[in-house]
Design a protein around this ligand. Structure first.
Ligand code: HEM
Length: 408
């Protein structure tokens, strides 16, 4: 007899205590579950956990981002004032758009964000990783998030875009404030700081765009400015919003891959030892670390028409939560899914999403993480946990540690 389950609730204390136990129980009962609303409002949300159901449906154009477009003529809901400056920026992100705007925004960035630009960063990433680990080396405890996992991706994305590294602290502050407002049902307290950050970062970037318009360089910002003359052009607001998206998408997630992955390895010393014995396995291991504790656990869409997944009928306009991290623990695809195995043939994990919104920065994220873990193995061979159970940040869709206290 399948276990009788209550509505799927990612906001429950049980989920906060052990989300993977919850995924396991619901996956055993079926691929799709109705659950509590993912955004404030009266309706519930359908949550897709099963790997097959998720991969088939996340690619399906019947699930969309822009709910407003499904209800033409209906007045837009009044946006509460503290939320407005933040949302005016975030609503221009390709992440929250459907075609044709999504296609146009993504094409412009893809053209400027070339494989060459990413490859050329490798030497700089290696140097930064080494210098951060050397600076952090001392007797006693070190917070690996604050001293390594956080600054490394900020340095990389700032460098890629072309922003002076001296602005790193401000970028980090703005990005944390905006990141806190985009998680599921983020608290109303996060909107004020996110809107303040949106205003400040916009002013900063506008100055910066003016400077690069006068004097272009070989950086991403200059390439995006140049593309404003093309057919698929970005307007001024879209240019600022796109840069903010890259800044945020480019570092919160990678920080969490380095943090979550390091914790997983320290909690499985035999797996860590395999990598220490053979560092050439690291690139492969990054895929298993992405699968095992995915930095982005969920993404949302709306059903544009009545749809059916498995035995669940989902009505038009309903919110659908695609639980990427649950699919990555689906036993019908991954043998012993709760086991970390750095030599596993991972195959089709879903940590970078799927379909038209598949992560644009995946090659950069893979490169950064491979270099970050290799540097850690090399420069910190005696790394150990200083706290057995480090605390997680409260996010649901964004999964990352508050701190990771270690000794070298
Ligand atoms: C480990 C690191 C990363 C993870 C786990 C990750 C994960 C994801 C996921 C799951 C999506 C799809 C979201 C959805 O379907 O709603 C996404 C989209 C995106 N990511 Fe990443 N990401 C990472 C790093 C990066 C980096 C380094 C960059 C850029 C420099 C980046 C830029 C983007 C952008 C621009 C999108 C939106 C694409 C679109 O809407 O078409 N990401 N990422």
């Amino acid at each position: 007899m399948p276990e009788a389950l209550t509505a799927f609730d990612p906001f429950s204390p049980e989920f906060a205590a052990d989300r993977y136990a919850i995924y396991r129980r619901y996956l055993a009962a079926g691929p799709v579950h109705f659950g509590v609303p993912s955004t404030p409002g009266p309706t519930g949300t359908w949550y897709v956990l099963g790997h097959e159901a998720l991969t088939a449906n996340l690619k399906d154009a019947r699930y969309v981002r822009e709910l407003g477009k499904l209800m033409p003529g209906r007045p837009k809901p009044e946006m509460p004032e503290p939320y407005r400056p933040f949302w005016e920026m975030a609503s221009r992100w390709m992440l929250f758009k459907d075609p044709p705007d999504h296609t146009r925004l993504r094409a412009v960035v893809s053209r400027a964000f070339t494989p060459r630009r990413v490859r050329e960063l490798a030497t700089k990433i290696e140097a930064s990783a080494r210098s951060l680990l050397e600076d952090a080396r001392r007797d006693g405890e070190v917070d690996l998030i604050a001293e390594y996992a956080y600054p490394l991706p900020v340095f990389v994305i700032a460098d890629l875009i072309g922003i002076d590294p001296s602005e790193r602290d401000a970028l980090r502050r703005w990005s944390a404030a905006i990141g806190a407002a985009i998680d599921m049902r983020s608290s109303a307290d996060s909107y004020g700081p996110a809107s303040d950050a949106a205003r400040e970062i916009k002013a900063f970037l506008q100055g910066f765009i003016a400077e690069r318009t006068r004097e272009p360089r070989d950086d991403l910002i200059s390439a995006l400015i140049a593309s404003r003359d093309d057919d698929a052009r970005l307007d001024d607001e879209e240019l600022v919003a796109t840069l903010v998206l890259l800044l945020i998408a480019g570092h919160e997630t990678t920080t969490n891959l380095i943090g979550n992955g390091t914790l997983a390895l320290l909690q499985h010393p035999e797996q860590l030892r395999r990598l220490q014995d053979d560092p050439s396995l690291v690139e492969h291991a990054v895929e298993e670390l992405l699968r095992y504790d995915s930095p982005i656990q969920a993404t949302f869409r709306f059903a544009s028409e009545d749809v059916t997944i498995g035995d669940q009928a989902i009505p038009a306009l309903a919110p659908v939560g695609f639980m990427l991290a649950a699919a990555n623990r689906d036993p019908s695809v991954f043998e012993h899914p709760d086991r970390l195995d750095v030599t596993r043939q991972v195959g089709r994990h879903t940590a970078f999403g799927l379909g038209i919104h598949f992560c644009l920065g995946a090659p950069l994220a893979r490169l950064e993480a491979t270099i970050a873990f290799r540097a850690l193995l090399h420069h910190a061979p005696r790394l150990a946990l200083a706290e057995s159970a480090p605390r997680w940040r409260p996010g649901i869709a964004i999964r990352g540690l508050e701190r990771l206290p270690v000794t070298y």
